[in-house]
Design a binder for this molecule. Structure first.
Ligand SMILES: [Zn+2]
Length: 327
């Protein structure tokens, strides 16, 4: 038999779902700054699987995934618990911006963990979230996407240790690319890794994948991966699936060499090997003249590409995976 779980104002007996929030502070107008949390507490013992979304406010894919999980997982058939945090950075999500518009000092919340109790606004949110997560979570995934500027295909960042790679493999058949960069980047994943617990930063979706049916397609794929993790760790019944090939490498983010309009090469595909110096995109100026080319920096593949054509010098253009081999 499992125990009662309490996180912030949420409480769930074994076999039930509890809803609440982790309260951070009160704003000048009297409203709470709080992080919503759902506890799906299983009947039987098992691991605590913690799912984070919305640390970047222009990436709502985690909310969709959590909503699909809540509909499909019955805590009466669950061993262990699943903790859903659909949005960590609520002010950023409300503004549909990457960071909290009320905090210009620690804008990118995925680079400030473990946060600080007496730090900048977002650091305080990170601190409260981290305290609860580290107390309960045995394993964690954070759901990201290309946000308002890009589309990212199925890829993840993960540490190289065995326990983390097991979790990475448990994402299932759709997830072939696992990169070992950014693992110490002051993210929730980094904090979990430092505590010896497996964690992933998962990327899928973003601008250009929100048209009719497209957003749901992304949500369904992320939902499928979360369910597969639960199956792999025997939290629910079922037969897990695994990718037939897992590619290993690291990210190189390519930044816009010029300002203008970004035109991707129509002949390239996501997660498909290309050669060093193959054409990824061109940038044209407002008179239509080509002013720059973006090429593959090494042999590897694109897993993310700018989807907002308007581009300013130095902005993200391409998320390139330099592939070194197989896991
Ligand atoms: Zn993100």
């Amino acid at each position: 038999m499992n125990e009662i779980i309490e996180i912030g104002t949420a409480k769930a007996n074994p076999g039930t779902i509890g809803e609440g929030k982790m309260i951070v502070e009160t704003l000048a107008g009297g409203g709470d700054i709080a992080i919503p949390v759902t506890i799906m507490n299983g009947i039987n013992d098992g691991p605590c699987f913690w799912i984070n979304g919305g640390i970047h406010g222009d990436e709502p894919e985690g909310i969709l995934t959590c909503s699909l999980l809540k509909k499909s997982i019955d805590p009466k058939n669950l061993s262990g618990s699943v903790i859903l945090v659909p949005v960590i950075n609520v002010p950023a999500m409300e503004a549909a911006e990457r960071g909290n518009p009320l905090d210009t000092f620690s804008y990118d919340m995925n680079r400030i963990y473990p946060g600080r109790k007496d730090g900048y606004f977002s650091e305080r949110i990170a601190h409260i979230h981290k305290e609860w997560m580290v107390k309960f979570a045995d394993m964690e995934i954070s759901i990201h996407s290309g946000g308002s500027h890009s589309y990212l295909a199925e890829a993840m960042f993960a540490a190289t240790d065995e326990k983390t790679q097991e979790l990475s493999r448990a994402m299932g058949e759709d997830w072939r690319v696992c990169l070992y960069s950014n693992v110490t980047s002051k993210s929730p994943m980094a904090v979990m890794s430092e505590n010896g617990k497996p964690a992933l930063t998962v990327e899928l979706g973003g601008r250009s994948a929100t048209g009719p049916g497209k957003f749901l397609e992304v949500g369904n794929k992320l939902h499928k991966a979360c369910v597969n993790i639960m199956t792999h760790y025997k939290m629910i019944e079922g037969v897990p699936h695994y990718p037939s090939l897992r590619q290993k490498g690291y990210q190189q983010a390519l930044l816009a060499p010029k300002s203008g309009i970004f035109l991707s090469n129509p002949k390239i595909n996501f997660l498909t090997m290309m050669k060093k110096n193959d054409l990824i995109a061109t940038i044209i100026n407002y008179q239509g003249e080509e002013i720059s080319k973006i090429m593959a920096p090494e042999d590897g593949m694109i897993f993310g590409l700018r989807a907002l054509p308007n581009v300013t010098i130095g902005e993200w253009c391409c998320f390139f995976a330099i592939i070194e081999g197989e896991w």
